[in-house]
Design a protein around this ligand. Sequence first.
Ligand SMILES: NC(=O)c1ccc[n+]([C@@H]2O[C@H](COP(=O)([O-])OP(=O)(O)OC[C@H]3O[C@@H](n4cnc5c(N)ncnc54)[C@H](OP(=O)(O)O)[C@@H]3O)[C@@H](O)[C@H]2O)c1
Length: 257
Amino acid sequence: MPNRVAVVTGASRGIGKQLCIDLAEAGYDIVVAARSSADSPGKLPGSIEETAELVRAHGRQAMTVVLDVRDEEAVAALAERVYREWGRCDLLVNNAAIAVPGATLEQPTKRWRLAVDVNLNGAFYMMYYFCPRMAAAGGGRVVNISSIAAVTPEFGRVSYTVTKRALEALTEAMASELTGRVAVNCIRLELAVWSEGFTSTLPGEDFSDFEDPVVMSDATLWLAQQPLEYTGHILTVGELRERGLVRGVTRFGDRTG
Ligand SMILES: NC(=O)c1ccc[n+]([C@@H]2O[C@H](COP(=O)([O-])OP(=O)(O)OC[C@H]3O[C@@H](n4cnc5c(N)ncnc54)[C@H](OP(=O)(O)O)[C@@H]3O)[C@@H](O)[C@H]2O)c1
């Protein structure tokens, strides 16, 4: 049976992929979940198999799962499989998200539902099916990934702002419901962090000053190490950096590998 297990959604690229690598480095076996796979590639680079290879290169086990977090039955099946095959989940990271750009009232309402389904309902389903098992097994931790957009409404980001703010409210509410059993916290990312998805929305921009996704690994790993009583917090990377809990300013452009 694996030692410690982390489940990461949105693990095919970007921040989720880096989280998998750094959590593996920290000793977790990883459930690598996203839609893009070798058999069904996405429009952007990255797949669950590629991330899994990097996890294994760090000497840890990887379970690849094709998962659309909007699919409640698939989430339920995932939780059942993780506990059947690996028997535990110590850390759940709800990282999968989409930003639907553009004027909200000029788009079909299905674009709104898409954002709600991925960014909010997806995270809820994951907590709904994993947290009772985590609690029954003696405790666990959930880290939800939010954005500064949750508190800074801007043109063209209505559904992103609303769903991220709701994710923060869900964090606080679930934390109170799960007190003493599962710690539920949230990172409100306020920096521009390099990722395939984010940069694809900004064609022609210079990304060399964007921060490296490793800063999110620092923040997540710190939360994963806190006692169960540390729950219901919404933290920015900057706050954690000021406390010396996230490395200093990084530049993705300085990356060598
Ligand atoms: N990058 C930033 O500067 C920034 C700033 C603030 C907040 N954030 C937050 O950080 C998190 C990661 O963002 P990122 O920049 O790494 O984005 P990204 O490069 O676009 O990656 C998003 C991930 O989510 C997955 N995903 C999307 N829809 C999904 C679905 N229905 N089911 C399962 N997985 C799905 C994608 O995989 P598939 O397409 O393979 O499913 C991908 O792995 C998000 O929560 C985002 O809101 C990022």
